[in-house]
Each structure stands twice: as C-alpha cells, then as structure tokens.
Design a protein around this ligand. Structure first.
Ligand SMILES: [Zn+2]
Length: 444
C-alpha cells in the first residue's frame, strides 16, 4: 500500500471511526463492547506486524500488535491507548457526541481527547513504521486496551496478571500530558511522570427510624449525613510541596513572586486566588490530598425518618502518602462524627517513574524537533491511568502526547469527561509523528 507522508488524513479518519463505535463504558461488565474498535483496528493494522486479541469477558476485547526486535536484551517500548470512553450527557453538547464531525479542523466527539486521539495516532504510527520496514533492536508493542475507564479490571490490570509476556514492555507511553503551556521561555510540555492514588471511601451513617410527622429530637441519618458532607467540604488540609511539584514549578519559569508563593505552603492558597480557575483547580489537586463527596444514597419515603444513608467520597492521595495518612485526615475532617459512622475505604496508592531514563531523553530529543523552542517538564497526573499497573509491574511509564497550540490548557482540562470534547488535526498529526520518532530513537 502506498501512503502519504503526511498522516493527518489517515489519523483523522481512524479517530472518527473510533468515536462512531461508541464504546461507552458505564462501569458494568456488559458495557464497553470494545470488540468493535478492536475489529476496526485489526482491519487497519492487517499486514503490519503480528497481532493477537484477548477477551477476558464477552466483548471486552484488547488488541496487541508487535514488531519484534532483533535483540531480545534491548529495551522494549509499549504504546498503549484505551478504546473505551465515558458516558455523555447529550444535552450539554453542541454536536452529536458520537458523530465524529470534522468542523474547522477539529474532530468532535466523546473520546477526542480521552484518549481515542492517542489510540488512533499510535495505531497510525505503528502502521507507518511497519510499512517502512522498521527493524528495531528492541521490540515495539501497540496495545489498544479495554476498560481503562472502570479501573482496568478487564483491560490493563487483567492483561498484566494473565498475559504479562504479551503486553509487558520496559517503557510505556500512554495518556495524557503534552499540551503546550506557554511561558516566557517558550512552551513547556508536561510529562506525567507520576499519578495520585485513589482512596475511595464509603461512609455509612446510621439513625433511628420514625414517623416523618414527628421529627422533634429524632436521630435522622440524613441530617447527620448532611453534617458529614459539610465537614468534608470545609476541610482545608495544608498544601504539600513535594518533589514532583518543585520540579514542575521550576520548569514553568513563573515570576519570582508567584514561584515563591507556589512553593510556600502558607502562601499557596493566596497564589491560587489570582489564577484562572481551571489552572488553580489543577495546581490545588497537584499539592493536596483532595476529598470530594460525590454520591449519597438514603431515605425511602417522604414520611419515614431514614435510619441509614450511604455516602461515597472520592479521596485522592499524593506521592509518598499512605492509606493510613488519608484515613487520619478523614478522621480529622469528621471530628466527633468519625466515631459514629462506619468507614470503608479502598486504598490504591500513588505511583511514579524516575526522570533519569532513556525514555525521558528520547522524548526530549524528539519533541525539541517537533515543537520548536519547547522543553519537557515533569508533572503529576491528578487522575488515574493504566500506567499505574505497568509501574507496579516494574516498567517506566509516562503520560504524554503532543498537542498544537490550538488546544488551550483551560479547554483541554474541561473536556476530559466533559461536554464538547474535540481535538484539532494538527494535534493528531503531531502525536503520530512523535510516536514514530520516539520508536525510531529509543529502539534503534
Ligand atoms: Zn483516558
């Protein structure tokens, strides 16, 4: 097959098809149905390297394609993209979220930045390398993985537990990062070298049932739960100025005053006040254990005083922080109520990779060519990605991609799991060129 040197049209088309496949993962095992996008990608990659598929549950399929290296001792590289997306609220969208419309150079649709854009560009880079007769020393693997949006249970987690030889690599590139952050010294490109842990918590609040017509001096579980929620939302732990944050601030080259304030736990909150809200929210999450009460279930009937309410709180821990640390903070937030509620938490700790690695050096060399005047900065992912499974398995995993300056950070952050998700074609082209260049640089 003859292919154009410019991958833009090819990657745009593949992304549109992935969006239209609508592999919506609502957290249930019957959702996702990533098999459709695996079929699409298997067709697209036919004849390019070897590929295998794995299906731990009906329809929850992942695809692994590889170009075997000539030297089994040389380091290997995995390009990993998930094929599932989160549900949408169609009312909030200006266009059909699953039509994959191309408007003014932007592809619209659920998954356009999280992360079908990268899944598509990695596949196109892999195909271009295979077509060019790429014969690396180290093995190149492409993994289109299912179920990232529901803790990787039937995706990366399962594959590393059951098919490690097929999917493990020394170096891993997956979402997200790489959006251009303008500074006086040129754009900075965040590489997500670590991610926060989750400490998802259920709080069961008990009360005594009674008749809703006589509420005087009753023990109403919903009223107690409201106080629990209020205390959590008003809890203000201090900023933690950890190493990854110090490196990020140093790399951004802010003016002296802002730099000083962002490194001082006592002045940190004042520094946030003057920043745009999207950036302030991100900087806050990078430096704090966060507590967000997001679900409440309770009560049965208007005239019944409820005797139980269950709350779910999304707690995110920082690098170096244990579950015991998060538990102590939660008790501090709840005060005397900590002793009258039941707390049940699931600790999935923070993970990180070092910076002094061949993968970092390779990214630095290749991005300097693709994005003039730019420099990499290490950054903390405040959500979770499949990188955590690879880091725990011993790999170096970074979150990266490349975006053009048409994708402003404020918009980019809002589009993750939000409305009107879209990506421009120049970003798709840049990411494709990046994966190709890194594979050639690192595996040669
Ligand atoms: Zn994602």
């Amino acid at each position: 097959m003859s292919r154009s040197d410019d991958p833009t049209a090819e990657v745009t088309d593949l992304l549109q098809q992935l969006i239209r496949n609508k592999c919506v993962n609502d957290g249930t095992v019957a959702s996702g149905d990533e098999l459709r996008s695996v079929d699409l990608l298997a067709g697209y990659l036919a004849g390019a390297g070897d590929h295998e598929t794995y299906e731990p549950q009906p329809g929850r399929t992942s695809l692994v394609a590889r170009i075997e290296g000539s030297d089994p001792t040389a380091p290997s590289l995995l390009l990993m993209g998930h094929t599932d997306v989160v549900p949408v609220n169609e009312e909030g969208w200006s266009r059909d979220p699953f039509a994959g419309d191309l408007v003014d150079g932007f592809v619209w649709g659920r998954g356009a930045v999280d992360m079908l854009n990268l899944t598509a560009s990695q596949a196109v880079a892999f195909r271009r390398l295979a077509d060019s007769g790429f014969k690396p020393r180290g093995t190149l693997i492409y993994l289109a993985v299912a179920d990232e949006e529901a803790l990787g249970t039937w995706g990366a987690h399962w594959l590393l537990d059951h098919e490690r030889d097929a999917v493990y690599a020394d170096y891993v590139l997956t979402e997200s990062g790489g959006h251009q952050m303008p500074t006086p010294n040129g754009p900075r490109l965040p590489v997500l070298v670590a991610e926060k842990g989750t400490y998802w918590t259920k709080i069961r609040v008990h009360g005594t049932p009674g008749h809703g017509s006589q509420p005087y001096r009753t023990d109403n579980a919903l009223v107690t739960a409201a106080e629990v929620v209020r205390r959590i939302s008003e809890y203000r732990p201090q900023a933690q100025i950890h190493d990854a944050w110090k490196l990020f601030v140093a790399g951004m080259g802010f003016d002296d005053e802002l730099t000083r304030m962002l490194l001082d736990p006592d002045q940190f909150d004042d520094a946030l006040r003057d920043l745009p809200v999207g950036i302030a929210r991100h900087f806050h999450a990078c430096t704090h254990t966060t507590f967000s009460p997001n679900v409440a279930h309770g009560g049965t009937k208007t005239n019944v005083i409820p005797d139980k309410v269950e709350l779910e709180v999304d707690i995110r821990t920082l690098p170096g922080q244990s579950g015991a640390h998060a538990a102590a903070m939660l008790r501090e937030a709840l005060g005397d109520l900590a002793d009258v509620v039941e707390i049940d938490s699931n600790d999935d700790g923070s993970t990180g990779s070092p910076l002094d690695t061949p993968l970092w050096d390779s990214l630095a060399r290749t991005t300097a060519q693709l994005c003039e005047g730019s420099a990499l900065i290490p950054s903390l992912m405040v959500g979770g990605t499949d990188n955590r499974f690879y880091r725990r398995a011993g790999a170096v995993g970074y979150g990266f991609g490349l975006f053009s300056e048409r994708v402003a950070y404020e918009d980019y952050a809002k589009m993750f799991h939000g409305n009107d998700e879209r990506v421009d074609q120049e970003s798709l082209r840049l990411s494709t060129m990046l994966w190709e260049a890194v594979a050639r640089d690192l595996l040669a």
